[in-house]
Design a protein around this ligand. Structure first.
Ligand code: BTN
Length: 321
């Protein structure tokens, strides 16, 4: 019920309790519950006059038909399923465990109660303030390694953000999207073997984050609104990301990572910088500091440590720009 209340309030206009009750056939108690749920999700409401409710600003909710309409025809035909949810624990967990979905498919949620980040971290994205997108694809055999696919997808997300005007975005290995050292977007790839290999690509992007619920985010972050200086359509961005990712999955399965290496190099923020890589090995954290020299044909990070060049396939890079 809270979602139907939000759909009305999304226009940013003031609505009286009577109007809302009448329109949705709600009792006062149900309306109160719905409003409380919205507040608990971090939706900012004010009540300028008695019994009147208004969002602090208009909200563009995710809309399946708008996303489908914005997709080029062949991408729309390529995609077997697109689901939009108001709240899920995690779009990655959901799409990974749903067996009824045909593939390739995508799912978006306005809010995740347990959004998953890399290295076991949590991904925080207050209600309707970002994009939480997961795509699932089936592979009969995975000829190319997943690490390379994650690099190719990071390139495609950076390209999509560039097209939206975020011209200074860059990539930190393997798939962090940064702007002036602050995190704008992240990706989490997960896979599961059933009959075939199912790969889930999770993408989180900060679009317009409210100040309040974001205080606890552990690392410096930024949103598209700050970068661009204006709001953008989340539906248009979702369509562009889906389009870019599906094209990338196709190109990657035909040509592999080679097609993405030049763009990676252009976006690579670490190249020739001193970085520290941390990774877990036999339940211990190991750190290694060296000069980043880009990636190899499999997407592994190349680090010059002393006189030798070493390759790494997992870990977390920290870089000082
Ligand atoms: C990172 O830590 O940088 C990766 C963040 C990935 C977040 C996205 S949001 C959509 C999808 N569902 C999840 O639970 N996580 C990913």
């Amino acid at each position: 019920m809270y979602y139907r209340v939000l759909q009305i309030l999304a226009d940013g206009q003031a609505h009286t309790a009577e109007q809302l009750n009448q329109h949705l056939s709600l009792g006062p108690r149900e309306l109160e519950q719905a409003l409380n749920t919205l507040i608990s999700y971090g939706i900012r409401l004010h009540s300028k006059a008695a019994n009147t409710y208004q969002l602090t600003e208009p909200l563009e909710l995710l809309d399946r038909s708008r996303i489908l309409a914005a997709l080029p025809k062949e991408t729309g035909q390529l995609m077997a399923d697109l689901e939009i949810h108001s709240v899920l624990d995690s779009t990655n967990r959901y799409i990974l465990t749903q067996q009824h979905l045909s593939m390739p498919c995508a799912c978006l949620a306005e809010y995740q109660t347990a959004g998953r980040g890399r290295q076991g971290r949590q991904w925080v994205s207050p209600y309707a303030s970002g994009l939480c997108l997961s795509l699932k694809q089936r592979y009969v055999a995975l000829n190319e390694p997943l690490g390379g696919l994650s690099i190719a997808l990071a390139v495609s997300v950076a390209r999509a953000l560039h097209r939206f005007g975020a011209s200074e975005v860059g990539l930190k290995w393997p798939n962090d999207v940064l702007w002036r050292g602050r995190k704008l977007a992240g990706m989490l790839l997960e896979s599961r073997w059933r009959m075939d290999c199912e790969v889930v690509i999770g993408i989180g992007i900060n679009v317009k984050m409210p100040p309040v619920e974001t205080q606890n985010i552990a690392q410096p972050w930024v949103d598209l609104y700050t970068i661009l200086g204006h709001s953008i359509s989340r539906n248009a961005l979702a369509a562009m990301l889906i389009e870019q990712c599906l094209q990338t999955l196709k190109t990657y399965s035909q040509v592999g990572l080679a097609a993405f290496l030049p763009d990676w190099h252009d976006f690579d923020l670490s190249y020739k910088h001193t970085v520290t890589l941390s990774y877990e090995e036999r339940e211990k954290w190991v750190t290694v500091t060296g000069t980043a020299l880009g990636i190899d044909e499999q997407g592994a990070l190349l680090l010059q440590v002393g006189k030798t060049i070493q390759r790494y396939i997992y870990g977390e890079v920290s870089l000082r720009l």
